[in-house]
Design a protein. Sequence first.
Length: 528
Amino acid sequence: MTLAGDEIIRAHRLILAACSPYFNSLFSHGWDSTGGGAGGTIRVSGVRYQELKMLIDFMYKGEIEVTSETAANILAAADLLLMEKIKWAVCEFLQKLICSSNCFFLSRLADMYACPDLLESTQRFIQRNFEDVSRTEDFVELTFNEVESLIKLDNIFVSSEETIVEAVLAWCSKSEDRKVHLNTLFKHVKLTNLSQKCLEALKENSDILADKDALNQVESQTSTNTNSLSSRARGLNKFIVAVGFDSCAVEYLDLDRPEEGWNILTEIPNMRYGLSGAGLASYCDTLLVTGGVGRAGVLKALNRFVTYNVRTNEWAEGPAMITARKCHASVVADGKLYVMGGSDSQLSVLTAECLDLTQPEDQWAWHPVSALPTWHNGSFTPVVGTNIYLPVAYGADNDKIYDISRDLWLGWDSPGDGEDGHRISRDRPGVGQLGEHIYIVGGASTRELLDTVEKWDGERFHRVASLHHAREGPGVVAHDGKLYVLGGRGGDGSVEVYDPATDKWEILDQKLISTDQEYSAVILDRVV
C-alpha cells in the first residue's frame, strides 16, 4: 500500500486499518485502489508529509516524539486520521506548555480539533492570568466576540477594574474600525469599581471623547461614584497544590472555584520516580522543589533545585544545593528557603542550608546554617515566629526546633497524652499549622493507620477531633482559618477540612486524582 501526498510512504493496508479508523472506514466502503493487486495508492490531503510519516512510523513502532514545534501539526494529522489516543496524548502534552504567549493559539487549536480538556485548561489559564494575557499581542488580535466574551466574565482575576479598561482601550486602538465597539465593550466594565482618578482620566481619553455613548457612561458614573464594588474576581487567587509520592503530576484545587475539582497544573520535569522524597515549598506564585531522587536510583539523592511559576507556566533550574538530600525538611521563612536534614544513599544528612528568595534570581545562592544535632526525616515544618519546628516523622528521631534569629538548634520537649508523657508516637503523620498552633495528623503505629489528631498550643499537645479516615502521610495546608488534609495511604484520595471553631471535620466532594498514596501539599498564591 502506498500513501501519496507530497511524497510517497509505503505501508501495509492491515496496519493502517488496525491503527486508524480513517483508513479502516476507507477500506471498508469500497475503496478502489489504483495500481491493482494487493497494493494500491491513497492520496492523503490536508496533512503534511512529515507528520503523516511520524504517525505511520508510530503505527509500526508504538513511539512518537512530540515537541513544542511539532505538536500542533501532529494534532491536526491525528485528528484527520481519527487517532484519538494520539490526540489525547498531544493535548496532555500541550497542557503543560500553556503560557501567556500561546494560550489564545492553544485555545483555538483545542476548539478546532475538539479537545475539551485542553480547551478547558486554556480558558482557566486565561481567566486566572488575565493581567498578563491582556497585555500580549495575541490579545489585541482577538475578534470582537472573543474580547466581549472574556471581559464580561465575573471570574477573571484582575488586581483592579483598571486592568479591564486598559485591555478594552488597547484592543479598540488597534484599528479605526474597532472603535465602533467601544461603547458595547464599556458596558461590561464595572465602572463602580473604578477610582475617581481613573474616571477623571477616562473623560480626557481621546477614544472616549469620540464616542458619546461611552463618554456618557463615564460621566454618569463620575457624578454618582460611591466606590461600591461590583462583583469581579480580584486580589489573590489561592490554589492548594499537591503532589503524590510516586507522581510527577502537580495537582491543584482552585480555592475560589472548588467546584471545578482537582486538575493537573503541570508536571515536575525529569523526575524519574515522581516526587519520591523531594521537598515541596512555595513562595508567592512560585513552587519550589528541592532534592529527591533521579536516574541513579531511589537511594541516591539529588542536589537539584527547580522552580515553577504559575503565572508563566514555566519551570526553571535554580542553583544546586550544597548537599544532595531527600526526605528532608523544606520551608520558606521570612523570604528564605530552608532545607534541613534528610538522607542520601541510606546515610543521614545532618547539614542545613538556606537561599534568599528576595534576591534577584540571578543572584540566588545557597548558604550553610547550623547543622542538625540529630537526624531528621520528614518534609513538613511549621514556622512560629522565628522558630522552625521539626516534629519526628519517622524512626527514633527527636523533635527539635531551629531558632532562625540565633542560628541555633533547640530541643522540643513536646509534652502530650502519649504513654511517655509526650505526644503520641507515630510514623509519617501529616503536619500542619493554623496561626501559632501546630497539628499532627494521622500517621501509622505498628502498621496500623491512625485517625488521631493532636494540637500544639505552645505548651503541650492536646487531642482534638479525629479524622473520618485514618491515613498515613497526608498533605496538610491551612486556608482561611481551616486545616485541609489531603490523601495519604488509606485516605482513598479524599480531602478533609477541620474547623477549629467547631472541632469538626468535613469531607469535601472533590477527590485527588491519585489515590492511596502519600502526598505533599502547599498553598500557592496566584499574585496579581
